[in-house]
Ligand binder design. Structure first.
Ligand SMILES: [Zn+2]
Length: 323
C-alpha cells in the first residue's frame, strides 16, 4: 500500500518540512528558560524540502530535498557579540579545512519593511559589524538587503576558477521570537525576549559537495577523498598480501579498494590516475618480502618503495592535518 493511502486510512496528514527553525523553537519553549540557561545552541543536519520549479533544478546546486547544517542560537542581548564572533570563527575554520581561502562577505542591513523594534535592529547590526571586525574580515555593506525579520551576514566562497558561491549565512531574527512568544527570565525575574540567530555554515550539504567537486575538479585532498587508496597486486600470488594491507588501512580508518581484477597492472594504474585516486599502492614479490608498498602518488607518479608502517603513519598525519 502506498504511504499516502495508509495516511488517508489512518486519517493522518503527512507533511514535508521546509525549514528546521520552528522545531528548534518548540524545543526551546519546552521549558521555562532563565538567563542562566543561555546561550542555548541547537544544531541539526536537517533534511528540508522546497518545491523548486523543474526549470531551476540544477545538478547538486539546486535540488528539491537537501540537508542543511543548521543551527539556532538563543541568547541575551549581552551575549550576542560573543556568539557571533564564535560562529564566524567556526565558519572560517571550516572553510579553511575545505581549502577555500577566498571569499566575499556581505552585511545586509534593514530593509524598508521590517519586523521588530528599531533599537534591536541597531543593536543586532552593530553586533554583526563588531564580530566581522573582531575576526578581521573585510566586508561590504548591502544596504536595505536584510530579510524583513533581521540583518544578516552572507559569505560567498570562491572556487578555484574564482566563481562565487553563496554558502554561509548568519541571520538575526526578530520575527519568529515574537510570533512564537519565546522568553527567558532575566536576573530581576522579568520576562525578556531572547535574540535568535539562524546559522548555516556550509548551507546545503548537497550543494557544498557540488562546489567541492568543482573546486578540486574531482582531485580531492586525501582526507576527503571518497577512496583514498587503491591496492594493486602485481600477480595472483600477491592478492593475499594486498588484502592484508587493506585490513591494516581499514584499522586506521582509511578508505581503500583492492583491485584484484584480471587487467594488467599498467591498465589499473592508468585507471586509478583517471579516477584521481590519491595513492596507488602496487605490491609484488619485493614489497611482500619487505612488508612494503610501491607508491604512486597523484600528480607525482612513482615515489618508490616505502615500509607499510611508515606509509600508514605518514598518511595518517596528513589526514589529521586535513591535507
Ligand atoms: Zn532557521
Amino acid at each position: 500500500m502506498h504511504l499516502s493511502e495508509i495516511a488517508k486510512e489512518e486519517k493522518d496528514d503527512y507533511q514535508i518540512k521546509p525549514m528546521n527553525c520552528p522545531f528548534h523553537i518548540a524545543i526551546y519553549k519546552n521549558s521555562i528558560r532563565s538567563y542562566k540557561n543561555l546561550p542555548l545552541r541547537y544544531t541539526e543536519l536537517g533534511i528540508v524540502y522546497r518545491y523548486e520549479k523543474s526549470g531551476v533544478l540544477h545538478g547538486l546546486a539546486r535540488v528539491r530535498g537537501f540537508t542543511q547544517d543548521d543551527a539556532h542560537i538563543f541568547c541575551t542581548p549581552e551575549q550576542l557579540e560573543t556568539e557571533l564572533v564564535s560562529v564566524l570563527k567556526l565558519t572560517l575554520e571550516i572553510l579553511k579545512d575545505f581549502g577555500f581561502k577566498d571569499y566575499d562577505i556581505y552585511l545586509s542591513t534593514r530593509p524598508e519593511k521590517y519586523a521588530g523594534e528599531l533599537k534591536n535592529w541597531e543593536k543586532a547590526t552593530k553586533s554583526l559589524k563588531y564580530a566581522l571586525e573582531k575576526v578581521k574580515l573585510r566586508y561590504q555593506i548591502d544596504p536595505g538587503e536584510g530579510v524583513f525579520y533581521g540583518p544578516k551576514i552572507d559569505i560567498k566562497i570562491k572556487d578555484s576558477l574564482s566563481r562565487p558561491w553563496q554558502c554561509t549565512t548568519i541571520q538575526l531574527d526578530f520575527n519568529l521570537p515574537d510570533r512564537f512568544n519565546i522568553n527567558y527570565i532575566d536576573e530581576k525575574g522579568k520576562k525578556k525576549r531572547p535574540f535568535m540567530i539562524h546559522r548555516a555554515l556550509l548551507g546545503s550539504i548537497e550543494r557544498f559537495v557540488g562546489i567541492l567537486i568543482e573546486h578540486y575538479a574531482g582531485a580531492f585532498p586525501l582526507w576527503i577523498s571518497p577512496i583514498q587508496f587503491w591496492i594493486i597486486p602485481v600477480g595472483s600470488g600477491h592478492r593475499k598480501y594486498a588484502r592484508e594491507i587493506g585490513e591494516k588501512l581499514e584499522a586506521s580508518g582509511f578508505r581503500y579498494e583492492v583491485k584484484e581484477t584480471a587487467e594488467t597492472v599498467s591498465k589499473k594504474i592508468r585507471e586509478g590516475e583517471i579516477q584521481k585516486i590519491p595513492y596507488l599502492l602496487v605490491v609484488g614479490d619485493k614489497e611482500k618480502q619487505s612488508n612494503s608498498v610501491r607508491i604512486r602518488e597523484r600528480g607525482k607518479g612513482d615515489i618508490g618503495i616505502v615500509k607499510l608502517e611508515n606509509f600508514i603513519k605518514k598518511t595518517g598525519e596528513k589526514i589529521k592535518r586535513k591535507e
